[in-house]
Ligand binder design. Structure first.
Ligand code: ZN
Length: 132
């Protein structure tokens, strides 16, 4: 791939968060950029990217439970594919995150990890990391 754009793929479960911090750090390392910005982007409408706690796995379970509670499947939804709740979660969580790169390292808090969020799997998904 040209320039400082890196593409990754992953296989997901029905719903869940996958820690992609190591892949993002690998892209940052490969880029050779020491100080800059790292954008992580999800090109899907029923998945997302977020940053949250990587210490207690119960946090991710609680986030999924909270999102399910906030966005239940509703009989009023009209989208024929039947996955409107997943679309709502995707836009709420967001398609991208930006992380500061300093001295070749991702600037993340002690308990922060970068996650790919699946809301309508299982599927083969992609995400992009752009370093500048
Ligand atoms: Zn849909």
């Amino acid at each position: 791939m040209a320039g400082r754009l890196y593409e990754f793929s992953l296989r997901t479960e029905r719903q869940g968060f996958t820690d992609i911090t190591a892949q993002v750090a690998e892209a940052a390392h490969k880029s050779g950029v020491s100080d800059g910005l790292c954008t992580v982007f999800c090109p899907h409408t029923t998945a997302a990217i977020t940053i949250n706690e990587n210490a207690d796995p119960d946090v991710i379970g609680d986030m999924l439970y909270g999102l399910d509670t906030a966005f239940p499947d509703r009989s009023e939804f009209r989208h024929a594919e039947g996955n409107s709740a997943a679309h709502l979660k995707s836009s709420t969580v967001g398609a991208s995150e930006t992380v500061i790169l300093s001295g070749g390292q991702l600037v993340l808090g002690t308990w922060q990890g970068i996650y790919f969020c699946e809301f309508d799997g299982p599927r083969t998904r992609r995400f992009f990391v752009s370093i500048c």
